[in-house]
Design a protein around this ligand. Sequence first.
Ligand SMILES: Nc1nc2c(ncn2[C@@H]2O[C@H](COP(=O)(O)OP(=O)(O)OP(=O)(O)O)[C@@H](O)[C@H]2O)c(=O)[nH]1
Length: 404
Amino acid sequence: MNELPWIEIISAVVVLAGGGGIAGLLAARRRRRHQEDDGGRAPQAGTGTATAPRPVETAEPETAEPGAAAPEAAAPAPAEPEVAPAPTVETPAPTAGRLVRLRDRLARSGSPLGARLLSVLSRDSLTEDDWDEIEEELLLADVGAGPTTELLDALRTKVRVLGVREPAAVRDLLRSELVALLDPGMDRALRTEPTTAEDGTHLPAVTLVVGVNGTGKTTTVGKLARVLVADGRSVVLGAADTFRAAAADQLTTWGNRVGVPTVRSDREGADPASVAFEAVARGRDDKADVVLVDTAGRLQNKAGLMDELGKIVRVASKVAAPSEVLLVLDATTGQNGLSQARVFAEVAGVTGIVLTKLDGTAKGGIVVQVQRELGVPVKLVGLGEGPDDLAPFEVEEFVDGILG
Ligand SMILES: Nc1nc2c(ncn2[C@@H]2O[C@H](COP(=O)(O)OP(=O)(O)OP(=O)(O)O)[C@@H](O)[C@H]2O)c(=O)[nH]1
């Protein structure tokens, strides 16, 4: 008898058995990863309210059609019975003192505003070359031409008049000048207080988060939800970035981790204004304190951007008008970020800036320039990819961070 068919049959059985094993293994690993993503770091189990999102006006419902097979069901039988992961809710780090905890990251970014400036300023006698060097460092750090001249003039005068040279005194001098440049008097509080309409209806505070793609908007909305939850506020998320389908998933994951519901549409390209409206309505019905709305900001021209953001504001305002429009800027993009900022400020009536990725740049001076150019305060800074790496901006803590 020909042995070949038997070898083929045996091989096929081995492959099938092995494949099933691998499929089971992958399914188990996928489940484990899912559990980790959803709350692996959760210190306690759930008082969470992570609810299934409601479909929005123009959107497909999130849940599968009745009778439709769920994607998992079509996969080979898993090695162990499917157990829905227990909802776990994390406790975000408290917001007070976050910048103090994170400020090492500013120093570690090697900001030229820090060590190098201090070393020049401490030289025995400062020559014109030394002042040029200081100017160059400030410009390289994206402080901007106007503020750099201002800072240099103030430093020159004080160094001459006071004759300071000792490192500690020079540091104090530089510190106070940088603090002054950052305008500590600006109101940086987030307007997140709900209000009551004349007819007694509860109205959540609405925060719209805008900016070009990739700056960290979705991440910021997720982190901001954690900031608010840590401060004892109830939050609803609105995934109005309907351009990128994964953005809604990303936001839902952020929300689930802290027990915050996300209103979304799974249909790519669904009307963002409609999602925003539903999210604000959900916030009103749930009596939430704050609704955070993520947007796409991916439009190619100013007119299109104006149309989209204008419509989101108009439609959301049928329930409650946004009290904050936060512009997310990537600190590593320097001047480029600044020109984007100007367009958004014109189009969207920005009330605050979130500067992300300050952990990865020596260009911390962009904070000065952005505030000056737009006349809008930096309210939050992103200092890493961790869930609690977003801090309320505090001028003195920030300056201490960049001075190292
Ligand atoms: N190092 C660092 N990375 C950050 C920070 N904030 C966001 N990121 C990262 O930036 C990347 C882009 O973030 P997203 O939130 O997806 O950006 P987005 O603006 O929503 O992008 P689109 O949805 O494509 O418009 C992600 O890898 C984030 O982890 C930060 O403060 N520091």
